[in-house]
Design a protein around this ligand. Structure first.
Ligand code: C2O
Length: 344
């Protein structure tokens, strides 16, 4: 059977996944009686997610205003599920053991290290983006993506590094602020050109060369009653983790914010990082390789999650409805993909 959505009224303590330490946070969402089965709404225009290093002033002003309003909700109504901390806590609740699987009180729900990784984060960003759009009354608002797979995007995007901006977060590795290049393979190379070459090689490898089956890319099956974390796909294990580690602050005990599940969503950069992870899923699906790009197992397709939408309604969403992002109303601005032919 598929993983069922959590029972919010049974949300409990959160623990650090690596050490098992109890965390001093309450990441449980507000409760609501009614759960609505979510139907993808109609739309007239796709939201187009731009690369973060290329956005213009006008876009940046809108994005900053939306984040400012989302953060303001934390103060004006901390129980508003659209507030920034509430949004960050979604990641904590689904990733740090706050929820047990329905019917299995000793088995956690965990959305990493399995085939739920891509669909869960796609839905998470989907609602986060819609909430931001709602807060500035712009139904076309689209999140920027951190284009770390392109040499021009291999630094933390500058828009996140301006100290006066609501996008700024001080809990980041100070040594890795721009213009330091991300090193997707932890190669330790000191020469920038070498880092770029290594990064492109890693992208080629995790998207193409080392992917011999659908699950190699997507992650391993995870169904009801099964212990969490059966195995990561190549993208989650590679570039995805590398960017978390690159941004996470080594001065903090659990490398907060980006370096730990419970706190990662407190960094505005998290959502742009994951937009690029999501973009990798969408690009992978278009590759002309022999590996089938869809998982047809009903235990995958019917797995479901709960989120609050932009109108504060609690909705139940299914993996099956996340497979075609254009039906969800967004797409990615086209940019060069230099690793595509980067055979080492
Ligand atoms: Cu849910 Cu990048 O982590």
């Amino acid at each position: 059977a598929p993983i069922k959505p959590p029972e919010l009224n049974k949300c409990g303590e959160a623990r650090d996944v690596a050490s098992g330490d109890l965390l001093d946070v309450n990441c449980c969402p507000p409760l609501t009686d009614t759960i609505i089965d979510y139907k993808l709404p109609n739309f007239t225009k796709l939201r187009v997610r731009p690369p973060a290093h290329k956005v213009n002033k006008e876009y940046l002003a809108k994005f900053e205003e939306a984040i400012r309003r989302m953060k303001a909700l934390d103060k004006s109504d901390p129980t508003d599920p659209r507030g920034f901390m509430q949004q960050a806590n979604i990641h904590c609740a689904y990733c740090n053991g706050a929820y047990d699987q329905v019917g299995y009180p000793n088995i956690d729900i965990q959305v990493h290290e399995s085939w739920l990784f891509f669909p869960f984060h796609r839905w998470y960003l989907y609602f986060y983006e819609r909430i931001l759009g709602e807060l500035i009354d712009d139904p076309t608002f689209a999140l920027p993506f951190w284009n770390w797979d392109n040499p021009k995007g291999m630094q933390m995007p500058k828009i996140f590094d301006t100290e006066s901006s609501p996008l700024y977060n001080k809990n980041r590795n100070q040594a890795n602020r721009p213009p330091t290049l991300i090193d997707l393979g932890f190669s330790g190379a000191s020469d920038d050109l070498q880092v770029v070459v290594n990064n492109l090689t890693i992208m080629y490898s995790e998207m193409i060369r080392s992917v011999n089956s659908t699950l190699d890319f997507m992650g391993q099956p995870y169904i009801a009653g099964q212990l969490p974390r059966p195995g990561m796909g190549s993208s989650e294990r590679g570039s995805h983790i590398a960017a978390h580690v690159f941004v996470g602050d080594p001065r903090n005990k659990y490398s907060e914010d980006m370096g730990n599940f419970y706190s990662a969503g407190r960094d505005t950069l998290f959502y742009s990082h994951h937009a690029n992870v999501d973009r990798m899923w969408s690009i992978w699906k278009t590759l002309k390789t022999d590996v089938p790009k869809e998982i047809n197992n009903p235990d995958y397709l019917n797995a479901s999650f709960l989120f609050y939408d932009e109108k504060k309604r609690l909705v139940r969403v299914k993996v099956a409805d996340s497979l075609d992002y254009k039906k969800m109303g967004y797409e990615y601005e086209k940019v060069d993909i230099p690793w595509l032919n980067y055979k080492p």
